[in-house]
Design a protein around this ligand. Structure first.
Ligand code: SAH
Length: 356
């Protein structure tokens, strides 16, 4: 079987070309074809010799995702369902806003973390995506854009836990942010969201400059443990201590995500505890009113309750942002991504929380 070229690191590919007696600049040239000119066949690479093009074609494949379905919401949000070579499927969501066009990408097929309110959790863990499959979501979604529109921001907030797929995610982040041969997104425009895997968070902050978002969702271990099984492995204290000690550059902030669930974590006291816990951390809080989906009994609080929660945080001086649901009419909002095979009755046992 041919190797998928987009799964190689540039250095690996360069070493391979060197073994084939090719000049050292070739690898970068080919990477520019793949990620900047977005070639889908070696035959397009017109500044390479016919022999080299043929040789590459014999050895490597240029992967593509199969677009299975595209759904457009009344608010302009577009959800893509992509089929992978082995039959798994993943979703990506394009979110237009007045001054930005954000693509939300998946990093795993399914998810093993079992968050109680999340639709993706119902699928259980299928497998990690390869770097090429993460990058290809950006390439394929871009190809569908017309009128010169371009994706301006990328969020790793689709299906799966990016930090549980660390190596492939990091490879993909490198491609996204490299300016000489990659997609050229400024790391300031790329945000990775995690359930809170402490060792990998530290590593990510040392190895990249992308923005970090942490799914917090509760201010006590008791509530967080019920909502997010991962809290049994990395409890709040350890997670918050980690966030406090991260080398976050000036002008940058950690984002904490907080899904508001009626009667579960939305009281004034919850807001006070949250504010207390985050005191002194340079951060902002993204409040996400729960997006309902079939298969979940949680409820979204009323607008008045959401506002009250927000006010308490603001009184404590926190910078907060209440996320409007986008694309909820096509099941494309946060936590609604579930691929094709939805109708599972029982929540699978979370595996990753015990052994990520
Ligand atoms: N695994 C990563 C990436 C998923 S990001 C993480 O957990 O951070 C998706 C965000 O949407 C997370 O903050 C997640 O907790 C939140 N979310 C999941 N289900 C939701 C729902 N039904 N309504 C609102 N937000 C939800």
């Amino acid at each position: 079987m041919k190797r998928s070229i987009k799964d190689l690191k540039l250095a690996e590919f360069a070493a391979h070309l060197e073994d084939c007696q090719q000049p050292s600049y070739r690898a970068q040239q080919i990477w520019q074809w793949l990620f900047q000119k977005r070639a889908t066949a070696f035959s397009e690479m017109s500044n390479l010799s016919a022999t080299l093009r043929r040789q590459l074609d014999e050895e490597f494949e240029i992967s593509r995702l199969r677009l299975v379905r595209r759904a457009e919401s009344a608010d302009g949000t577009i959800k893509f369902l992509f089929g992978l070579a082995d039959g798994e499927s993943i979703e990506s969501v394009l979110i237009p806003e007045p001054k930005r066009l954000t693509l939300c990408v998946s990093t795993q097929a399914g998810c093993g973390f079992g968050c109680a309110f999340c639709a993706t959790a119902l699928l259980g863990f299928k497998r990690n995506l390869r770097a090429s499959e993460i990058i290809d979501q950006v390439l394929e979604a871009s190809k569908t854009l017309t009128d010169g529109r371009r994706i301006t921001h990328i969020v790793l907030m689709g299906m799966g836990e990016p930090l549980a797929n660390y190596t492939e995610t990091l490879k993909a982040l490198n491609v996204m942010t490299d300016t000489s041969w990659g997609l050229g997104f400024s790391p300031r425009r790329v945000t990775l969201s995690s359930v809170g895997l402490v060792p990998q968070i530290k590593r990510l902050m040392e190895e990249t400059r992308v923005n970090l978002a942490i799914s917090l969702h509760a201010a006590t271990d008791e509530v967080r443990g019920r909502l997010m099984p991962v809290n049994r492995k990395y409890a709040l204290r350890e997670l918050i201590d980690c966030c406090r000690s991260l080398p976050i550059p000036r002008r940058k902030r950690i984002t904490f995500e907080y899904v508001l669930l009626r009667g579960v974590n939305d009281s004034v006291e919850d807001a006070q505890q949250l504010a207390e816990m985050l005191r002194g951390i340079r951060c902002k809080v993204n409040v996400i009113p729960f997006n309902p989906h079939p298969g979940s009994a949680f409820q979204r609080p009323s607008d008045a309750e959401i506002e009250r929660f927000q006010e308490v945080l603001q009184e404590h001086g926190l910078q907060i942002n209440v996320r409007r649901p986008r694309g909820d009419d096509i099941q494309a909002a946060c936590g609604q991504l579930q691929g094709e095979e939805y109708k599972q009755k029982q929540r699978p046992e979370p595996v990753a929380a015990v052994a990520p």
